[in-house]
Design a protein around this ligand. Structure first.
Ligand SMILES: [Zn+2]
Length: 277
C-alpha cells in the first residue's frame, strides 16, 4: 500500500541507488564527476497551466521493416482473426521492447531502477527543449551533444526548465529508409550522433528528467560501452529513441507527452510520443 507521494519518494530513492549502481558498472573512462546531480522536481514540471494549439506526432509508424539497433527485425505481427473470416480483426505481436519510437527506462541500464510501470507520470509530461545540431551531425556522424551545445541553447532561450526533457535534433530522420540511418561501416560499427557522457551530469544538475534522440541510441552509434545510457538511465532518468518530426518543433515552448507502455517490469517499449505546441 502506498500513500499519495510515496511512489515518488520510492522512485527518487531508487534513482539514487540506481545512479551509484550504474556508475559502478561503467568503465573508468566513462565515469565523470557526479557533482551537480539533483532530484527531479516533486509534483511535476509545470508552474502554470499548459496551453497549445496543435499536436505533433513524434512517433514513427512501426512495421517489421523499421531499422533496429541490432540490425535484425524486432517486430512480428500475427493475424489471429480477420474481419472477412471472423467478423473482427485481431493481431498479436512479438516485439522487442526497444523497437521503433520507444521509451528507455532506468531499469534498462540499472539493476533495480524504475521499470515502465513504475516511472512517475509527472516525469513523462514535461517541457521540451530541442537542441539543433544538424550541421554538426552532417559534418561528423559521430557527433555528440556537449555542455557547449546546452550553453548555446540556454544563451538563446534562457535556462532549461527544471523537469524538462532535452531532444537531440540531429536531422538523422532524413536518412530513414536508407542504410545511412544505421550507417554501419565494414566492421559493423554504426556512425550516428548521440549524447556525450559528460553532458549527463550537466543535464541532471539542471533537473532534466529525460532525453530524446532522432537516432537508434542515446549514445552515439560508435559507442562500445553505452556510457551515456549507464550514467543517464542509471540515475533514474528516462530516454526516448528514434523520435520523429523533431525538426518541426520550436527550440523552446513545446510540451512533450511520452505515452510509454505500462507493462510490469518493462525495460522500455514502443511508445506514442507527442508534442503539444
Ligand atoms: Zn532503447
Amino acid at each position: 500500500m502506498c500513500v499519495p507521494g510515496c511512489q515518488e519518494v520510492v522512485a527518487r530513492r531508487l534513482s539514487r541507488r540506481g545512479l551509484f549502481r550504474g556508475v559502478a558498472g561503467m568503465s573508468a573512462a566513462g565515469v565523470a564527476s557526479l557533482a551537480g546531480f539533483s532530484a527531479l522536481p516533486a509534483g511535476g514540471a509545470f508552474a502554470a497551466p499548459v496551453s497549445f494549439s496543435k499536436v505533433v506526432d513524434l512517433t514513427h509508424v512501426l512495421d517489421p521493416s523499421f531499422p533496429t539497433y541490432f540490425g535484425k527485425p524486432q517486430l512480428e505481427i500475427r493475424q489471429l482473426f480477420s474481419f472477412d473470416k471472423d467478423g473482427f480483426n485481431l493481431n498479436e505481436w512479438v516485439v522487442n521492447e526497444h523497437t521503433g519510437t520507444h521509451l528507455d527506462t532506468p531499469f534498462h541500464f540499472s539493476k533495480d531502477g524504475p521499470s515502465a510501470d513504475a516511472l512517475p507520470i509527472e516525469t513523462l509530461v514535461v517541457p521540451l527543449a530541442v537542441i539543433y545540431v544538424r550541421e554538426k551531425a552532417a559534418a561528423d556522424p559521430d557527433y555528440r551533444i556537449t555542455a557547449a551545445d546546452i550553453a548555446t541553447w540556454e544563451a538563446a532561450n534562457g535556462s532549461l526548465p527544471p523537469g524538462a526533457a532535452v531532444a537531440l535534433n540531429s536531422g538523422w530522420e532524413a536518412h530513414l529508409g536508407t542504410d545511412k540511418f544505421r550507417n554501419a561501416d565494414a566492421s559493423g560499427t554504426m556512425h550516428f550522433p548521440g549524447f556525450h557522457v559528460d553532458v549527463a551530469p550537466v543535464l541532471a544538475g539542471k533537473g532534466v528528467a529525460g532525453v530524446v534522440v532522432d537516432t537508434l541510441s542515446l549514445d552515439y552509434g560508435a559507442s562500445k560501452d553505452f556510457s551515456f545510457h549507464y550514467k543517464w538511465l542509471g540515475s533514474g532518468r528516462w530516454g526516448v529513441e528514434a523520435a520523429a518530426n523533431l525538426s518541426v518543433l520550436p527550440a523552446k515552448g513545446a510540451t512533450l507527452v511520452v505515452g510509454g507502455p505500462k507493462i510490469k517490469g518493462a525495460s522500455g517499449g514502443p511508445s506514442r510520443v507527442l508534442a503539444l505546441v
